[in-house]
Write a protein that binds this ligand. Structure first.
Ligand code: MN
Length: 198
């Protein structure tokens, strides 16, 4: 079995001006494709060859090449899926769940923005589902919440804060990129992931 680069549900320029077309093209066709190919090479002939990506990531003591490229493969699949050309607002039902967990939608945003902006160097910010509750965390490099030693929740929304995700347009202004992210969140898909995690 091998993993394949997913095709996007939208064109590279569909997220403009929030994420520019050139960044999307390089991010998907070079970075994500690279993680996918390297993951396939790394699992060849190993005990991980016939496992799902979630099973691989949740395995203890995975070799670095599989951890980094498996995380890179999975994280970007999730990232593309929780983006869309125009924001799709949370349903009333999901908004209620956000309110119950964070007090308000704005509080959730603030906590997520804090996780994304304070992650030093390369990494990700996550909204997670754990025991039917929502929580926020961040991970370094291509780690994610499913991995050994992380929060143990199921990631339902992720934001890539590697410089390759924003540097062409935003340079050093990571907070501006984080702000723009809210304009292109597909809350319908985030909610679907939440429901599936229960
Ligand atoms: Mn990336």
């Amino acid at each position: 079995m091998s993993f394949t680069l997913p095709t996007l549900d939208y064109s590279y320029d569909a997220l403009e001006p929030n994420i520019d077309a050139k960044t999307m093209e390089i991010h998907h066709s070079k970075h994500h494709a690279g993680y996918t190919n390297k993951l396939n090479d790394a699992i060849k002939g190993t005990e991980f060859e016939n496992k799902s990506i979630e099973q691989i990531l949740m395995s203890p003591n995975i070799p670095d090449s599989i951890r980094n490229n498996g995380g890179g493969y999975f994280n970007h699949c999730l990232f593309w899926d929780n983006l869309c050309p125009q924001t799709i607002s949370p349903s009333n039902q999901f908004m209620k769940i956000i309110d119950q967990n964070f007090g308000s939608f704005d509080n959730m945003k603030k906590e997520f923005e804090n996780a994304a902006s304070t992650r030093f160097g390369s990494g990700w910010a996550w909204l997670c589902s754990k025991n039917s509750n929502l929580s926020i965390c961040s991970t370094s490099n291509q780690d994610n919440p499913l991995m050994d030693g992380q929060c143990g929740g199921v990631p339902i929304m992720g934001l890539d804060v590697w410089e390759h995700a924003y540097y062409l347009k935003y340079q050093n202004k990571r907070p501006d990129y984080i702000n723009a992210f809210w304009n292109i969140v597909n809350w319908k898909n985030v909610e679907t992931r939440y429901q599936a995690s229960l």
